[in-house]
Ligand binder design. Structure first.
Ligand code: G3H
Length: 254
């Protein structure tokens, strides 16, 4: 029986890896949309992978969201030494417990690491973006954030994330018009993984991520299937940790 379950998940992982063109996929059982406890399993599985890839001297970036918060919460104690945890972007505007800053501090505590806080709003006007990026203290922090060799990131459903971030209705209409389905790092992607909208955000950009040693995506739930597929195509993470609910829905569609 146990082998049957394991085999079933291994098949799912193999298929998902093939369909999304990824190097590694882990599928935890259940569906976080139906059972919130699955979020802890997503977090635990991503945390175990992080432990495997973590090396002394690494800078680890984390995004916001409840799923990445679960990664920090389930991080096993491991102290390779000289680790710096940074928020991937300024995330002020979200609920504080799900802001990247809070998660970075939480993860750092578990790793006995240093952390950096980056208190800038998540959404900036073009003008504010330019002037803030030119501030020496902010530029220095941004420089450190861009040193990240590992990132753990969440994936959001485009419209749900836009609402959570209180984007004005006219911008949400633009997202809908352009077929935005997934969100990560402040970028919104259509179902083919094309960027259709981008927030003015200080922090990691897609260009920074492409050179990293380990990009770890973690997201589950049947409702996120389209978002996960879109972001996986765009970001091509080294590891996707998801759940059965999302995995089966993605495979049903592709
Ligand atoms: O960027 C994606 C979102 O932060 C995902 O948030 O894990 O709470 O669904 P969530």
């Amino acid at each position: 029986e146990v082998m049957g379950i394991l085999d079933g998940r291994a098949d799912l992982e193999r298929e998902l890896r093939r369909v999304l063109g990824l190097r590694a996929v882990r599928v935890v059982s259940g569906d976080v949309d139906e059972n919130p406890e699955v979020k802890g399993d997503l977090g635990f599985t991503a945390a175990r992978f992080l432990r495997e890839v973590l090396r002394r001297g690494d800078v680890v970036a984390v995004t916001g969201g409840t799923t990445v918060a679960a990664v920090a919460a389930r991080m096993p104690p491991v102290h390779p030494g000289n680790i710096l945890v940074v928020p991937a972007r300024g995330g002020v505007g979200e609920r504080v417990e799900y802001q990247a800053n809070t998660i970075a501090a939480d993860l750092a505590e578990r790793l006995r690491a240093e952390y950096l806080l980056f208190h800038v709003p998540d959404r900036l006007s073009e003008e504010a973006y330019r002037s803030l990026a030119g501030e020496p203290q902010i530029a220095e922090k941004l420089h450190l954030i861009r040193q990240a060799s590992i990132v753990v990131h969440g994936i959001g459903q485009a419209i749900a994330m836009a609402r959570r971030r209180r984007l004005p209705p006219e911008e949400i209409a633009v997202l809908e018009e352009r077929g935005a389905v997934g969100e990560a790092f402040g970028y919104y992607f259509d179902q083919d993984g094309r960027i259709v909208y981008q927030q003015h955000t200080l922090g990691l950009g897609l260009g920074d991520i492409s050179g990293m040693r380990a990009v770890i995506a973690v997201a589950g739930g049947r409702g996120k299937a389209g978002a996960i597929a879109a972001v996986a195509k765009a970001v091509a993470p080294h590891m996707l940790v998801t759940d059965e609910g999302a995995a089966r829905e993605i495979l049903a569609r592709y």
